[in-house]
Design a protein around this ligand. Structure first.
Ligand code: ADP
Length: 497
């Protein structure tokens, strides 16, 4: 049997390649940041050729670090920053414009106009998304409207569109395969998640020629072979980063939930073969079932999570590094009655108030810097709590335990407080590289490297489980305080004076 599966983890700021063995251990890893371009305020671009060359170089590096030959690699799986849009020439492979990154706000006005036509309802019904500049559709439209000659060339079938998974697979197969997977397709705002196909009426609305779009294959099947490293290796798995992480956490049953504590938080709840429509502004999206086929998930995010810890460090100078926050939390018994609502960029689900701003409330003379740090760390857990309770209500599913990953999940105090608030177990796995691991599993399943989900589950191991240790009166008291603090943030935004 071949020894490894390679995961290519193409993120927003860096490319990584990881070689996993059959037990899901990381055997080698290489990572490289690539340049970000901000040509105007609010615009974010990447160079697609830099994405490809960095991804290629980290992959080669990961192999050479432990002297792995292409013959040792059973398959390659890909996971990517979602929604980021690349358009290139079918013949030459040359991009016609930089990649427009998911964070880019240049098409925000297009979304405002679209809402005036009422088409946002159609988009929401069919794609499960709350229309936003974030998704690929308006980015494609922008390129066709603004880059000279591209519309005509696209109509003649000379140009191809892809999210980054598609772009990498196309390059790995030297232009032979133009494909995406349903999880990535579901983030373009062009894909009917119920019929699981590109939607002609939506394509017409955005004036996007259908022939630009990739074929939608499964998240786990052999798309083609790559010989860029030498002898051919199958490329056989792909999923957007959050869905890959969900799979990497073995969340394949309705009610399975994972939360990633990074700069922001990304929370996904598997809802099985039922797409749950959210009334509270959560997204309905495609994820992966236990065989690598399509299933549905509810997705919500916290805009400011780890970023609030960075704020403590960089703007307030209360801590020297993010991990110091834990010692501060433990240096005090509580927050001294203080609450921080880090609504620095408005508030997301379930409050949806883009004018809300951060507030610090409940201060008394005794509140010191450790109390403030603790209030900030706790604010991550309160925000996740709000999202989870919203998801539970909408999906009519009771949380059975929360699987966690991401940088801030290393904070034991935060994990314990999260378990206390939710009154359920918070489970941190041994391997927190769940995004790459999910991509590896999808690729490995397709080539028989792993037999089935049971074999994969056998690899999943708990590093630490945090059980609730808080009594109900205390929990209610704390949550009531949080609700009051949130109301203050919203009230602040609403005051006409
Ligand atoms: P991203 O992938 O979004 O860049 P990461 O998963 O690498 O984020 O997590 C980094 C974030 O987690 C940073 O915002 C950092 O402030 C926060 N963080 C890292 N370690 C800790 C910790 N021990 N306690 C609290 N926050 C932390």
């Amino acid at each position: 049997m071949k020894k490894y599966i390679m995961a290519m983890d193409q993120g927003t700021t860096s490319c990584r390649a990881i070689l996993f063995d059959h037990q899901g251990n990381i055997c080698s890893m290489a990572q490289k940041e690539f340049p970000q371009y901000y040509p105007h305020p609010g615009w974010v671009e990447h160079d697609p050729m830099e994405i490809w060359s960095s991804q290629l170089s980290v992959s080669t590096e990961a192999m050479s670090k432990i002297r792995v030959e292409p013959e040792d690699i059973a398959a390659i799986g890909i996971t990517d920053q979602r929604e980021t849009t690349v358009i290139w020439d079918r013949e030459t492979g040359a991009p016609v414009y930089p990649a427009i990154v998911w964070q880019c706000r240049r098409t925000a006005d297009m979304i405002k106009e679209l809402k005036e036509t009422g088409f946002d309802k159609v988009l929401w019904e069919r794609t499960g998304l709350v229309p936003d500049a974030y998704f690929s559709a308006t980015k494609i439209r922008w390129i066709l409207d603004h880059v000279k000659g591209t519309r005509e060339r696209a109509e003649r079938g000379e140009l191809l569109f892809g999210t980054v998974d598609t772009w990498l697979i196309w390059n790995l197969t030297k232009g032979q395969v133009h494909v995406t997977d349903p999880t990535n397709a579901s983030r373009t705002m062009l894909f009917d998640i119920h019929k699981r196909q590109w939607d002609d009426e939506i394509l017409d609305f955005f004036k996007i020629p259908r022939q630009m779009l990739p074929q939608v294959a499964s998240s786990s099947e052999i798309y083609g072979y790559t010989d860029v490293f030498g002898p051919p290796i199958p490329v056989s798995g792909a999923a957007g980063d959050q869905q890959a992480a969900l799979f990497g956490q073995c969340c394949v049953q309705p009610g399975d939930v994972k939360n990633t504590y990074g700069t922001g938080c990304f929370l996904l709840m598997h809802t099985g073969d039922q797409p749950v429509r959210s009334r509270d502004g959560l997204l309905t999206t495609i994820c992966v079932d236990e065989k690598g086929g399509p299933a549905y998930a509810l997705e919500g995010s916290v805009f400011v999570a780890g970023a609030a810890i960075q704020w403590l460090r960089d703007e307030l100078g209360l801590i020297a590094k993010a991990s110091d926050s834990e010692a501060s939390c433990r240096a005090v018994e509580d927050t001294g009655g203080a609450y921080l609502v880090p609504a620095f960029t408005g508030m997301g689900a379930p409050y949806w108030n883009q004018d809300a701003r951060g507030v610090l409330v409940g201060l008394t003379r005794g509140v010191n810097k450790d109390h403030l740090v603790r209030a900030t760390v706790e604010s991550l857990a309160y925000q996740v709590y709000d999202l989870i309770r919203t998801m539970e209500k909408e999906a009519q599913i009771r949380l059975r335990g929360l699987k966690v990953d991401g940088g801030a999940s290393a904070n034991d105090f935060l994990m314990q407080f999260q378990a206390d608030l939710l009154d359920t177990d918070v489970i941190r796995p041994r391997c927190i590289e769940t995004t790459a691991l999910g991509a590896a599993y999808l690729a490995g399943l397709a080539v028989g490297y792993w037999k089935d989900i049971e074999e994969i589950r056998g690899n999943w191991a708990v590093e630490r489980r945090f059980g609730s240790q808080m009594g109900e009166p205390e929990r209610s008291r704390l949550l009531q305080g949080w609700e009051r603090a949130v109301r203050t943030a919203v009230h602040w935004a609403a005051d006409p004076a």
